[in-house]
Design a protein. Structure first.
Length: 285
């Protein structure tokens, strides 16, 4: 663990934010990575979100293969395209951003409508880089509903290029992305693999996905244990004094670690209040 920490401090910069995603572990990546094993050959992250932990893994374990997956297709398309065709993606953002400056603010709302019809990853990038505080938010009809950040006029293309370039360096090799349910990775896992899990809270209000089923999820963890797959799981948390998840069954893990408090950006913005979050990390090793 100490080796990990010193490597991280000396070699790891901040994880650049490709998309701001609810529940991102970007701010606690360093604390979480401290508890990962010394060596990892194959790394799986089946609730990838914005991929902040995968990015850090790529940096700390340059030789390992990483497999990121998520149920939300536009997100996975972003990672696939950053790793295979970053220039096209950057050019498209520059093109859209330039159009926005000329047709302000209408272009944003046209794009939002288009995204809600077609769910194209490139439109999601545009929206996330131009909406209020970059927050990706959906209403009960699964529609992206955040508004344009009027005063910022969108992230400048040069800055966005920089973020994509950093990501490209990390994920151009030995990185694989797939849109699928978390359970479908079970067949690919073998002894010696390492998996980091960051599922949504059971009572998550994110409408674009079904709520996580408790029995199915605990059954999946049970299978990991039977297969001798090492895992780290971010499971429960608290916001101020409110607990955000169910109990995680004791028989399924060996250690529980408390991850220091972070501030939730989403709540800062929505409630203009600084809520303190804490998270627990469960390990089966
Ligand atoms: C808490 S977020 C992960 C955040 C991520 N660790 C980060 O740093 O951005 C949970 C993710 O799980 C995904 N998800 C929800 N249900 C899923 C399922 N059944 N299978 C795979 N992914 C799922 C969501 O789309 C979401 O991106």
């Amino acid at each position: 663990m100490l080796k990990q920490l010193s490597l991280f401090n000396s070699r790891t910069s901040k994880v650049p934010s490709l998309v701001k995603w609810t529940g991102s572990k970007r701010k606690s990546a360093k604390q979480i990575l401290k508890y990962f094993p010394e060596d990892i050959n194959r790394y799986f992250e089946p609730f990838l979100g914005s991929g902040s932990i995968l990015y850090a893994v790529r940096e700390l374990y340059p030789d390992c293969k990483v497999y990121g997956s998520d149920i939300y297709k536009p997100l996975i398309d972003i990672f696939k395209n950053v790793s295979k065709n970053p220039l096209k993606l950057k050019n498209k953002y520059r093109h859209d951003w330039t159009k926005l400056q000329k047709d302000f603010p209408n272009f944003f709302y046209k794009k939002r409508e288009l995204f809600n019809k077609k769910k194209n990853f490139q439109d999601l990038i545009f929206l996330s880089r131009t909406c209020v505080n970059g927050i990706i938010r959906f209403n009960k009809n699964n529609e992206f509903n955040n508004s344009l950040h009027l005063s910022r006029r969108g992230m400048k293309p040069d800055l966005f290029d920089n973020i994509v370039d950093n990501w490209f360096l990390r994920i151009k090799n030995k990185s694989y992305f797939k849109c699928c349910d978390y359970t479908s990775i079970l067949n690919h896992l073998k002894k010696g693999d390492f998996i980091y899990l960051d599922p949504p809270y059971f009572h998550s209000k994110n409408r674009y996905i079904e709520n996580l089923n408790k029995d199915k999820f605990f059954g999946f963890i049970d299978e990991l244990n039977k297969k001798n797959i090492l895992f780290a799981l971010s499971f429960d948390g608290s916001r101020d004094n409110i607990k955000l998840n169910e109990e995680f069954p004791k028989k399924l893990f060996k250690r529980k670690i408390s991850i220091n408090q972070t501030i939730s950006t989403l709540n800062n913005v929505l409630n203009k209040k600084k809520n303190k979050f804490s998270d627990s990390l469960y390990l089966n090793y």
